[in-house]
Design a protein. Structure first.
Length: 421
């Protein structure tokens, strides 16, 4: 039996595995290294986060983005956006040097078993692990607005579904959303020769200010401190002390996770966007149907009036919703019994990122309603990795893992103490 199985090989999975391997754990890691970054973000995209806030985490803190830049002959500079491709390459470099080997198998089941968990893959492997970390990234949690949800994939997609936008050249594309993903996707579509239009409920777009210098006077630094999530004291708290966010009431944490760092575009994108992309602001979706090979989208204006526009395709840049029920690889009964945060379906986690089911840990987006919005960004991997592995070590030294409750037995066997393995 292995000490730990790490499911997912993005920034969080790699960081956790690096810390676990350094702690001497016997572990396996499954996934495709940096998959969402390599395959689900088109060429031309840039990191919105500052390079110094985009490190993966190893215990010695030596495999940083800055170090990778030195090795590859470039400088990761504050205020200069970094291409997504460069960041993906950094993740691959980190995986080769700081983490155990990634096995490119697809995990199809994580279920309780005697002494821990049973892990099964699509390739036919079965293994046992005393603890499991689910660091599956954001792709299982894409959010498509209800009016678009029934459209065929030919006519509607999520912004995370495109590693290449060239197939939209010459087509009209309606991009739904007002955040960085929507603004940058619309801009790249225009630069690829498509005819995008942005649709957003807000009546005005928000743009982040130009990055303040790292070195500045004491008073400006105190008024508006830098952090891994941007400037300002609220961002500093979310970024640097997620443990404090976890002390807040569940409903407050849930609200912060879903609303903090609201939709906004990076300052360096604004000129490119405004020169190329028309927008229909202050309107919301109320219907969408395929008609004569196009999509007819029904819109509602702030005054309640309705109208409709036709387009070739709709791209929903509408974010991600942390929801345990989206994790089909997790045993259904296990999903049912895990305690969740507030009214949502994200797991309630302790200080070591362990769920209410002993031995089952979560990292990344699903941890945001427990620890705050930094878990939605690469920056959160550094806070997560060491604490989560400490939690795993504590679990491995601790009590026998719990088992799921067995359904009530028939009357004839009422005295049985059988439990589900």
């Amino acid at each position: 039996m292995y000490d730990l199985a790490v499911i997912g090989a993005g920034p969080y999975g790699l960081s956790v595995a690096a810390h676990a391997a350094a702690a001497g754990m016997r572990l396996r890691m499954f996934g495709r290294t940096m998959e969402s970054w390599r395959d689900h973000m088109p060429a031309g995209m840039f990191l919105k986060s500052e390079p110094w806030a985009s490190n993966l985490s190893d215990p010695a803190g030596i495999h940083t983005l800055s170090r990778y830049g030195t090795v590859r002959g470039f400088e990761a500079v504050h205020g200069n956006p970094l291409p997504i491709g460069t960041f993906s390459d950094y993740g691959m470099w980190f995986a080769e040097r700081a983490a155990p080997p990634v096995e490119e198998q697809t995990v199809t089941l994580v279920a309780p078993a005697v002494g821990g968990f049973r892990v099964e893959t699509a390739e036919g492997e079965r293994l046992a692990a005393r603890a499991v970390v689910l660091a599956v990234g954001v792709l299982p949690f894409v959010h498509i607005p209800e009016p678009l949800a029934e459209l065929p994939a030919l006519y509607c997609s999520h912004s995370s579904g495109h590693g290449d936008l060239s197939g939209f050249r010459g087509k009209e594309v309606l991009v739904v959303g007002a955040g960085q993903a929507a603004l940058e996707t619309a801009t790249l579509l225009a630069e690829e020769g498509a005819r995008p239009c942005l649709l957003a409920r807000t009546d005005r777009l928000t743009w982040n200010a130009v990055a303040a210098p790292l070195r500045r006077g004491l008073l400006p630094a105190l008024r508006n401190p830098h952090s891994g999530l941007g400037t300002g004291w609220a961002n500093w708290a979310y970024s640097e002390i997620p443990w404090a966010v976890r002390q807040l009431p569940p409903g407050v944490r849930e609200h912060i996770a879903s609303t903090a760092l609201g939709p906004a575009g990076a300052w360096w994108l604004r000129e490119r966007y405004e020169q190329r992309v028309p927008a229909l602001l202050g309107h919301s979706l109320h219907s969408a149907v395929v008609s004569r090979g196009r999509v007819r989208v029904g819109l509602r204006a702030p005054d309640g009036s309705t109208t409709a526009i036709d387009t070739d395709h709709v791209v929903a840049a509408t974010g991600f919703t942390p929801d345990l029920d989206r994790l089909g690889l997790l045993d259904a009964e296990l999903r049912r019994v895990i305690e969740t945060v507030g009214s949502g379906r994200a797991p309630e986690l302790n200080a070591g990122f362990e769920s209410s089911y002993p031995g089952l840990f979560f990292a990344g987006l699903l941890a945001a309603p427990s620890f705050g919005p930094s878990m939605r960004f690469v920056h959160g991997a550094t806070f997560t990795a060491g604490r989560l592995v400490a939690g795993v070590r504590k679990r491995l030294r601790g009590r026998t893992p719990a088992r799921l409750p067995h359904p009530a037995p028939p009357a004839s066997t009422a005295g049985s103490n059988a439990v589900r393995p």
